[in-house]
Structure formats: C-alpha cells, structure tokens
Design a protein around this ligand. Structure first.
Ligand code: CU
Length: 161
C-alpha cells in the first residue's frame, strides 16, 4: 500500500508544473456542458418589497437554473404600463427575459419553452394568482392556463397546468 501512494504522489508532482493550465480548460468545458447554462437566462423581476409569493416564484426560477435580478418596486403600476401588461393579464410580479415579458406565476418550464421556441409574441402571463402555481403552493391546486400574449395583446393558451 505505501508503495502505491508513493507512485501516485510521484506522478502528481511531475504534472504539477503545467497542471494549472488545465483549470481554465476544465472550467470552460464544465460551463459548456451544463445544459441550463446558456445565454439570455437572466430574468429581471419587478416586485413589491413585501410580496412573499413573488419571492417564492424567484426561488422556483433559481431552482430551475435561471439567474434572477430582483428589482423591488413600491408601485408596480408604472412597471406594468411601461412593459405593456394589460389589466386582463396582470398578476403580482412582472419579469423580463430574452426580450419577453413574464407576468405572474408562470412555471419555469414554460419560460424555458418560450426561450427555445422564440415565438413572435409579447410574452407569457399567468393572470391572477392561481393556487398551486409555482410560488403559490398550498393546501390545494386549481387548474390554470398560461397565456401567450400577442403583440396586439391578443390571448391564446400556451399551456395548461
Ligand atoms: Cu404572487
């Protein structure tokens, strides 16, 4: 056994001189190989500072590989009007990612599909506060739809949950 240890440490120290060169290569290949680490994943979230379900939705995004930048807003109305979220689509928080608007408790999987398919729409919304949606977990769950908001503010079903 001691013989073997010697052998291993011997080869390690021989490699030591140039071994550090592999560190950036390994880091880079790790980043490339992680499936969720692609560009355009940063989600900008606007929410009121006291919104608990918004914070839980942010946790859900992070758990699903998204990077999130949080912007606390005391008044959400100007944010929604700037981003063009009409009243029929509104919920608590409003987010942007990849040029799209995400309104409310939209599941991470739907955002992923949006970013992959890149449809020509304004964004996605889970209007209201559907019980059982990500961030709205509780004793019961109601069926809800995620709506694709058209550039003309039309609505069509994007997914059902
Ligand atoms: Cu909410």
């Amino acid at each position: 056994m001691p013989q073997k240890y010697k052998e291993v440490s011997g080869s390690m120290s021989r490699m030591g001189g140039i071994g550090w060169l592999w560190i950036p290569v390994l880091l880079l290949s790790f980043l490339v190989s992680v499936p969720w680490a692609h560009a355009g994943d940063e989600v900008e979230v606007y929410k009121s500072p006291t919104c608990g379900c918004c914070a839980k939705w942010i946790d859900h995004l992070k758990a699903n590989g998204f990077t999130v930048a949080v912007h606390d807003q005391n008044d959400m109305a100007p944010v929604k009007s700037r981003l063009g979220v009409q009243p029929q689509f509104q919920s608590c928080h409003t987010a942007t990612v990849g040029g799209y608007v995400i309104e409310g408790h939209v599941p991470a999987g739907d955002i992923r599909r949006l970013l992959t398919d890149k449809p020509d729409i304004k964004g996605l919304a889970a209007p209201g506060m559907p019980q059982g949606s990500p961030g709205m977990e509780g004793p019961y769950k109601v069926p809800y739809e995620v709506v694709a908001i058209g550039r003309d503010d039309s609505a069509r079903t994007f997914s059902r949950h």
